[in-house]
Write a protein that binds this ligand. Structure first.
Ligand code: GUN
Length: 292
């Protein structure tokens, strides 16, 4: 069996084109453009790349972006003061503080300081709390998890009653993906470093979401034939044959798992581009909620 390749890049391009159309209409009507503020603290190389990609995507969609950088040794007070200033700025509809923050900064306090109306990352405790509770609606859903669910819904007629296994329990991906799957009425198992007999638990999955940050950890014999596999991992591994000296691989051994799975996302070109599309969607939604 050879899996269908789930093309997140193509899907994200479609979503971004729709967003651009809506923004073009706003601008043609003389309304203010949606605005996203990005906050990058320190010098993390991967974070710099991600923030640049987010700003470029904003520009392409007609969304204004305001880039803020603080040094590695910025104080908690400085970061929170910047967030406070952005909360009060009517040009800014979304505030994105790129994670991880440098050691020594209190991430929870920074995320708490973001106005929930501008929490386009969906990481504010109120938004996450609402996501976790029945009958409550978060204002914004975290971008990568939302991208995962979007791709799954394109592949499967329903997630109801499906056995879903989430590999990883991070605040950014694993836990919110699991919460979203529960909201879709899937039967969800969250696996992590202490899970016993991991391989056989993973093998029960009709839907597998891998988000552990371990290069090619999931092998073909871990995967139920026909399963839908969403690979959230983006891992740099040495590749001397490449000009850059490294290549990007997922948490899933793509070449062998694609012989067993029913459908699979590639890395790159799977979930990654969906994160950005969902960020733009949340920013546009925030601008509309603000009456723009
Ligand atoms: N770091 C890794 N993914 C994300 C994300 O979606 N948002 C933010 N703010 N930081 C991240």
């Amino acid at each position: 069996m050879t899996a269908k390749i789930i093309d997140g890049k193509a899907t994200s391009e479609r979503i971004r084109a729709e967003i651009k159309q809506e923004v073009d209409v706003m601008l043609a009507e003389g309304r203010q453009a949606p605005g996203l503020a990005t906050v990058l603290v320190g010098e993390n190389a991967a974070s710099q790349v991600y923030v640049r990609m987010k700003q470029k995507a904003c520009a392409e969609a007609g969304i204004e972006s305001f880039g803020y950088r603080l040094p590695e040794d910025a104080s908690q007070q400085e970061v929170e003061a910047l967030v406070g200033k952005l909360n009060a700025d009517s040009k800014v509809d979304g505030i994105l503080v790129q994670l991880p923050l440098p050691a020594g900064l209190d991430e929870e306090k920074v995320l708490n300081a973001i106005s929930i109306e501008k929490d386009v990352d969906g990481f504010h405790p109120v938004n996450i709390g609402r996501l976790a509770q029945k009958g409550r609606e978060p204002l914004f859903i975290p971008c990568t998890p939302h991208g995962v669910i979007f791709l799954l819904k394109e592949m499967l007629p329903t997630l109801e009653g499906v056995n879903a296994v989430v590999l990883g329990r991070s605040n950014i991906v694993g836990m919110p993906v699991a919460l979203l799957l529960v909201r879709e009425n899937a039967t969800v198992t969250i696996c992590h470093s202490r899970t016993k007999d991991l391989q056989s638990v993973v093998r029960q999955a009709d839907v597998l979401v891998a988000a552990v940050g371990r290069p090619e950890m999931v092998r073909a014999d871990w995967v139920k034939p026909g399963a839908v596999v969403i690979d959230v991992g983006i891992n740099r591994v040495e590749a001397p044959e490449r000009k850059r000296g490294y290549k990007l691989v997922g948490d899933v051994a793509f070449d062998e798992v694609s012989q067993v799975a029913g459908a699979i996302t590639p890395v790159p070109g799977g979930v990654g581009p969906m994160t950005i599309a969902m960020l733009l969607r949340n920013t546009l939604r925030s601008a509309k909620l603000a009456g723009k």
